[in-house]
Ligand binder design. Structure first.
Ligand SMILES: C[S@@+](CC[C@H](N)C(=O)[O-])C[C@H]1O[C@@H](n2cnc3c(N)ncnc32)[C@H](O)[C@@H]1O
Length: 271
């Protein structure tokens, strides 16, 4: 593979940062080159420099920018990742007064596994139609391709290895025929989870409600401190006064001057 010139690398990563807020440094050169080369080939352009040049001069169709953003984000996720948060959520649901509404937001939902995991718990503990207490779950992500995947709710079987066996039986359909080796979320579960595109670097959409629990996990690692602070402040604006914010266990909010207090590891409340 032809290496990408540092001029083109800088131009593409700056463009990506201006949209997503994420800085990709030189250590990501090989990764960026590989992903751009594939995009270029798909666009019928073998020369990666020519592809980048066209994109930067605005000579490419608008959807090519969306494709670039989709490809440069890192979307790794799986069901019931970092299970301590799901244990914490289960405790909160068990303590919920009957009839009290409960809302959850998966704020960088990627392909949707995080939101569906929470939905399984809520369906189990609050009732599939909110019989014990009404519940709502929303997943948002910058990548429109990921939002589409999340809405489809169809996953390779190995992503579901952490789903408790009882939940696998209740909420996951085993793929057959062309879907062998995959699991499909049941229609009922899919109907309960709303996925939309939203950029955490921009003001949040008007329709977004206030939440009891917000998952903001494994996304802050991609941002520098000023961007991280901006995002967390914005997300806290969507958290109810006694709500909780979950961050990834590798992500720290300390020393950023944020109005949060740590309740337990990677679980935060308003200060
Ligand atoms: C590694 S995934 C994390 C998925 C899930 N939260 C988890 O912990 O498994 C990070 C996600 O953050 C999304 N993301 C990156 N920048 C974003 C931004 N500015 N606004 C919204 N989502 C963003 C990416 O598209 C990607 O799907």
């Amino acid at each position: 593979m032809k290496p990408l010139s540092s001029k083109a690398f800088d131009a593409v990563t700056q463009l990506f940062e201006s949209v997503s807020g994420i800085k990709l440094n030189q250590s990501k050169q090989a990764l960026v080159t590989g992903r751009l080369q594939r995009l270029a080939n798909e666009a019928g352009e073998n020369d990666i420099e020519a592809y980048v040049d066209k994109l930067l001069r605005g000579g490419a169709p608008a959807q090519e920018m969306t494709r670039l953003i989709d490809r440069l984000t890192t979307n790794e996720t799986y069901f019931f990742r970092e299970p301590q948060h799901y244990n914490d959520l289960a405790d909160r649901l068990a303590d919920l007064p009957p009839g009290q509404e409960f809302k959850v937001w998966s704020a960088a939902s990627s392909s949707g596994e995080e939101a569906y995991s929470a939905a399984m718990l809520m369906s189990d503990l609050l009732g599939p139609r909110g019989e014990a207490a009404p519940w709502q779950i929303i997943g948002t992500d910058l990548s429109t391709a990921m939002v589409d995947t999340a809405r489809r709710g169809l996953y390779p079987m190995e992503r579901a290895r952490m789903v408790p066996p009882e939940y696998l039986k209740r909420f996951c359909l085993k793929g057959q025929g062309t879907q062998t080796g995959q699991v499909l979320m049941t229609r009922e579960l899919r109907a309960r989870v709303r996925f939309e595109a939203a950029n955490l670097m921009q003001p949040m959409p008007e329709w977004l409600p206030k939440f009891d629990v917000i998952f903001l996990r494994n996304v802050l690692i991609y941002f520098d401190n000023p961007a991280k602070t901006e995002i967390v402040r914005r997300v806290l604006g969507q958290l109810k006064p006694d709500g909780v914010l979950y961050t990834g266990h590798a992500e720290s909010l300390s020393n950023l001057g944020l109005p949060v207090r740590v309740l337990t590891t990677a679980v935060h409340g308003h200060a």
